[in-house]
Design a protein around this ligand. Structure first.
Ligand code: MN
Length: 747
């Protein structure tokens, strides 16, 4: 297999021979010579695995580049592409000798050469390609790296088998597709066949053998067809042209057999002929005459001239049935198209001496022609392509600036928009990592969270459980929509959490205001309220409560507007207009009760259950008469859940004496009343009134009204001691079982 073993080493003279085909500028030639001599000197004493002097490698690379007619800078960089990496020259020295421009080319080649992925589980060839392209930053760097890899593949036999396999795999997954995207089919084909050889030697030899055995027979058919076509086109006067047979490369035959699950002799385009014309028009002319003479197979005609492929490839393809029923795939194209078809970007980029050569403009032109970056570097998901204009705008984006590719310490590649920061990275990994991020390390050193990341950076996020989370500042520098929406979400939630207490407070203040104005809460519908609130730029009742709670709006103004809005069924608009003059602090401190969320409130104690300090209580919002405090189990409020409001006893209130009503059942005896009064005064309570009644069953029922106690403990103590009095068998508070009959409703 002579095409695998490529020992035909080129020399400096060979480079010069190629170079002089298209470069005459004396200064350029001298620089190339200088670079060669420099490489020889710097690599002196270094050897390749094959035992050959190292410099032979860079000479081969430069030679292949010269055959592609690249510019002088690229050839110089090709010669020097390994000196930064493999010799001890300093960057300053290099720049002094060859200048910034060549330095950056070599630096680029070195950088992408060092691209390594630690974690193979995370490894994705697609990502590798992307980061490779992005880091190259210059198409010339990719060109040098591809040619470098080509020569390394040609000499791979000197490596150990596991290394051969690893390198071949990487080449097949990363380098060959890049060559394909760039339309550099010659290099792509050779890379693929070399990979095929090292990855599946058995398969490689099988196909090679089949191609070999069919060669004579095939060559005969092809020769005959070429003569037929020549005569046909000559007779029709289709310009000057070249017609030749061509063979598919082995790897593509194998891939096609596997992909389409067909046998070797079923591969149609094995008999392939290429027709080269001078002009585009002649391509179509030739096609017409060929179709007139030979039967075309349906569905096999492709016009890549009118519609070029993404990698600029142009050609007409057709498949016809030749003599003896042989099937030929015929490609028809101009010389220029053929050059592009073989060498892609490199063909477009042929160095033209004397023209105003400018690598930057050249590159921009190429990028404009190439549509492949759409496949290579996906347009970002958050920028949807809406129309053609929009698409063209994205196309204008320098392909190398569309994204930056950074890595996690495990080698996972994350693509981010330009100027993205460690925070963008963190949110891309996981929302919680973003929320808890407190610091970032880039390439091992601590950096601020708003640092702009560069392609190739290794990024590690420091998180902390104590993190208070993202803040408004982050929104100022993050670039990804993911990070933006996550941060906004976090901040909104935080705000609503902080808002909640104000909303509650506002709600209470509003209710209290209505109570004090003796306006029934139910008389104002939420629809009426909402429409009035709109005039204050408040979007919802909740916003209104928040505004009230945070004291940014006055309830009076809202109520005034409300009365003017012409509510129907409003019995007394004056209530809405008047500003409350009622003294604050009506009785809350007096009773030692606070209504939750309100500072002051008109309060009454329920005259049904007589709560005393210490009882479980709840407030009842009355219609215009403030809040009445009831014991929680009072039967009067059982059906009024909507109007209930939480209340608490204030602990430091000592002065007020709570009124309680006790019901005492006993048998009738003398001096019972005296005993009761004695106990009550003994425990420092006071009473005003005792009613006594002997029931028909001889049970004496006494009601102690206006019994004043300090609190529940005091009352309980009193009750316990009353129960100890002889003849008394029951002491209960009013409103409690076992009171017979219905609950009292005297409020
Ligand atoms: Mn190299």
């Amino acid at each position: 297999m002579s095409d695998i073993r490529n020992d035909d080493n080129k020399t400096y003279d060979d480079i010069m021979f190629e170079v002089k085909q298209y470069i005459t500028n004396e200064k350029d030639i001298l620089t190339i010579k200088k670079a060669h001599d420099f490489a020889v000197k710097m690599h002196a004493g270094q050897y390749r695995k094959s035992g050959e002097p190292y410099v032979i490698h860079v000479v081969q690379v430069a030679y292949i580049l010269a055959t592609l007619h690249v510019g002088p800078e690229t050839i110089v960089a090709g010669l020097l592409h390994d000196v930064i990496e493999d010799t001890d020259i300093s960057n300053e020295e290099f720049i002094k000798e060859f200048g910034e421009s060549i330095y950056s080319l070599v630096q680029g080649v070195t950088k992408i050469g060092n691209l390594e992925f630690n974690d193979l589980k995370e490894y994705q060839a697609e990502n590798h390609r992307k980061i490779f392209i992005a880091m190259a930053n210059d198409i010339r760097v990719i060109l040098i790296k591809l040619v470098d890899r080509l020569h390394n593949m040609r000499t791979l036999e000197h490596m150990q088998e596991d290394k051969q396999k690893r390198i071949a795999q990487e080449t097949l997954e990363v380098y060959a597709p890049i060559a394909h995207r760039l339309g550099m089919f010659e290099i792509k084909k050779e890379l693929e066949d070399l990979c095929f050889f090292y990855l599946d030697r058995k398969g490689y030899y099988e196909i090679a053998k089949m191609v070999e055995t069919r060669r004579n027979e095939r060559d005969e058919y092809v020769e005959k067809m070429i003569i037929n076509l020549k005569n046909l086109l000559d007779n029709q006067g289709v310009g000057t042209f070249d017609i030749f047979g061509r063979s598919k490369h082995l790897y593509s035959i194998s891939r096609k057999m596997k992909k389409k699950n067909i046998r070797f002799d079923e591969i149609l385009d094995l008999l392939a002929i290429r027709v080269i014309t001078d002009t585009e028009l002649q391509c179509y002319e030739a096609l017409g005459y060929i179709h007139q003479r030979f039967t075309p197979l349906p569905g096999r005609l492709k016009d890549y001239i009118a519609m070029p492929k993404f990698n600029m490839y142009q050609s007409l393809h057709t498949t016809v049935v030749g003599e003896n029923g042989n099937i030929f795939e015929i490609q028809i194209r101009t010389k220029k198209m053929d050059d592009v078809a073989e060498n892609g970007v490199a063909a477009h980029w042929r160095y033209k001496e004397g023209s105003n050569y400018n690598p930057k403009t050249e590159q921009a032109e190429i990028e404009e022609k190439l549509h492949w970056f759409r496949d290579l570097i996906d347009l970002k998901d958050d920028k949807e392509i809406i129309d053609a204009t929009d698409f063209m705008e994205h196309l204008q984006d320098d392909i190398f600036n569309t994204s930056v590719y950074v890595m996690s310490p495990q080698g996972r590649v994350i693509d981010l928009p330009v100027d993205a920061t460690p925070i963008d990275f963190a949110y891309r990994i996981h929302t919680e990592i973003g929320h808890k991020a407190v610091g970032a390390q880039v390439n091992g050193s601590l950096v601020p969270l708003n640092t702009k990341l560069k392609t190739g950076d290794v990024v590690q996020i420091k998180t902390s459980k104590q993190s208070v989370g993202p803040n408004q500042d982050w929104l100022g520098f993050v670039k990804t929509s993911t990070a933006k929406s996550r941060i906004k979400g976090f901040l909104n939630k935080k705000e609503s959490d902080e808002r909640e207490p104000y909303v509650e407070k506002g709600k209470m203040l509003y209710r209290k205001e209505l109570i004090e104005r003796e306006i029934d809460l139910d008389s104002i519908s939420s629809k009426q309220l909402t429409s009035v609130l709109a005039q204050f730029s408040l979007n919802s009742i909740e916003d209104f409560y928040y505004a009230v709670g945070s004291k940014s709006i006055s309830i009076s103004k809202v109520l005034e507007k409300l009365s003017k809005s012409g509510r129907s069924g409003l019995e007394d608009t004056e209530k809405f207009k008047k500003v409350s003059t009622r003294k604050e602090n009506v009785s809350s401190s007096k009773y030692g009760v606070e209504v939750e969320g309100l500072d002051s409130m008109m309060i009454n104690l329920g005259q049904c259950c007589y709560p005393v300090k210490g009882d479980e209580i709840v407030g009842y919002i009355t219609k215009g008469k403030g809040v009445t405090i009831h014991r929680e189990n009072c039967s009067n409020i059982a059906d009024a859940k909507k109007r209930l409001i939480s209340c608490n006893w204030i602990q430091d209130n000592k002065e007020y004496k709570y009124e309680s009503i006790l019901r005492i059942q006993s048998t009738n005896r003398n001096y019972l009343l005296t005993d009761i009064v004695t106990v009550i005064s003994q425990y420092k309570a006071s009473l005003n009134e005792i009613n006594s009644k002997v029931m028909p069953d001889q049970i004496n029922v006494m009601t102690i009204a206006n019994l004043n106690v300090r609190d529940l403990a005091h009352l309980n103590l009193l009750m316990t001691n009353l129960r100890k009095i002889d003849s008394i068998f029951s002491v209960t508070r009013r409103g409690e079982v076992p009171v017979k009959g219905k609950a009292l409703t005297d409020k």
